[in-house]
Ligand binder design. Structure first.
Ligand SMILES: [Zn+2]
Length: 82
């Protein structure tokens, strides 16, 4: 097997693993709602294999506690200032 072929195989495996996860980097939409207050969600945290959605306000409130233990922390709150 040539080096090129081996690299191709490796990138395929990596991609498969990414799509197998909870799609933590899937962009948030207007349909995603904060689990605490129902406002539009701008942050997705993955904790213990399940997703939590937070508006910017509640993301701020919970970030210090949850971010260190979250498997993923997807923050789109910068969109608020765009
Ligand atoms: Zn909220």
């Amino acid at each position: 097997m040539s080096d090129e072929e081996r690299e191709d195989e490796m990138s395929t495996i990596e991609q498969d693993r990414t799509t197998d996860t909870l799609a933590a980097d899937r962009p948030l939409s207007a349909l995603d709602r904060c689990d605490s207050c129902g406002a539009q969600a701008y942050v997705r945290a993955v904790l213990g294999g399940s997703e939590l959605l937070f508006c910017a306000h509640h993301a701020n409130k919970h970030e210090a506690k949850l971010k260190p233990i979250a498997e993923a922390w997807h923050d789109e709150s910068h969109k608020l200032n765009a």
